[in-house]
Design a binder for this molecule. Structure first.
Ligand code: PLP
Length: 287
């Protein structure tokens, strides 16, 4: 397996970063996760736009232009000879000294990893998953925009710890006002009657690329899709609930905090949206 590190391809065993890197010391950096489906890099441009916008937001200079970096991503996929894979792009502030001062870091560090990834076991897509809501809150969007995929994922990690302790594979975070925000690395949708709802960005949800694809697909299919705040009660009483994300794709939720959703099996609308999503992932992107 080949990793692109700063300006060259190195073997996985040799891909090492300094302990003085501010990504390591302070979580000072950003990342992206992208999927390759049958050789098609799904919505690559949207992911690259988001990466460069994240960088701009935290005043981080990526050492390549967006076109150059996109080219490098394609090269890393090719070099690893994988047609179905997950791409992880990480850009940190780079090597500085022990102090916090980011201006001591002269050059950002860049890593591109391409590997097969399984986040949820296959059978869970057939059965759906149980989730819980947790005490960890999504940070306020006016403090740090959820659109910045920063390397500070401690909240998200704490969500996964709470999920693990509750014996489930994922959990939902609420925002500081108690509205449902999102999962640890995925967005949430609820279907209630004819309405398909997902929290708006200002609630504290990342406006995910999978989420956007589902909004488009659902609108094309004639659903009444809305970005609207909702509470845990709305989730408990929804007809269908599902999560979306680059890694998770579209996965049905069949129980939330012990409340069975619908019939306790993946709902037919969720299944229909997943079928349409799977058609899109091989056509929509960069070959
Ligand atoms: N929410 C968070 C916090 C995430 O990290 C991710 C993953 O990227 C998502 C939602 C889903 O977004 P996307 O569909 O762009 O992967």
């Amino acid at each position: 397996q080949w990793i692109f590190l700063n300006n060259e391809f190195v073997k996985k065993e040799d891909a090492k970063i300094s302990v003085y890197d501010h990504g390591f010391l302070y979580g000072d950096g950003i990342f992206e996760g992208i999927r390759v489906y049958s050789g098609n890099i799904f919505r690559m441009e949207d992911h690259m736009d988001r990466l460069y916008q994240s960088a701009k937001s935290i005043l981080l200079t990526i050492p390549y232009s967006q076109a150059e970096l996109s080219e490098l991503v394609v090269k890393t996929v090719d070099k690893n000879e994988l047609s179905d894979a997950y791409i992880r792009l990480v850009v940190s502030r780079g090597v500085g000294d022990l102090g916090l001062d980011p201006y001591k870091c002269k050059q950002a560090s860049l890593v591109i990893i391409v590997e097969p990834l399984v986040i949820f076991p296959k059978h869970l897509y057939e059965t759906g998953i149980d989730i819980v809501t947790v005490a960890t809150r999504r940070n306020r969007p006016d403090v740090l925009s959820p659109m910045v995929k920063s390397l500070n994922y401690l909240n998200n990690v704490l969500v996964r710890i709470e999920a693990h302790l509750a014996n489930v594979s994922e959990a939902l975070m609420l925002n500081d006002q108690g509205y449902v925000a999102e999962g640890s690395a995925d967005n949430v949708f609820i279907l209630k009657g004819s309405k398909l709802l997902t929290p708006p960005g200002y609630i504290g949800a990342l406006e995910g690329i999978t989420r956007n694809a589902i909004i488009e697909i659902a609108a094309d299919l004639g659903y009444d899709v809305r970005e609207e705040p909702f509470t845990r009660h709305d989730v408990y009483t929804a007809d269908e609930v599902f999560l979306t994300g680059t890694a998770a794709e579209v996965i049905a939720v069949v129980k939330v905090d012990g409340r069975v959703i619908g019939e306790g099996v993946p709902g037919h609308h969720t299944k229909k949206l997943l079928v349409e999503f799977r058609k899109k992932v091989v056509t929509d992107g960069v070959k």
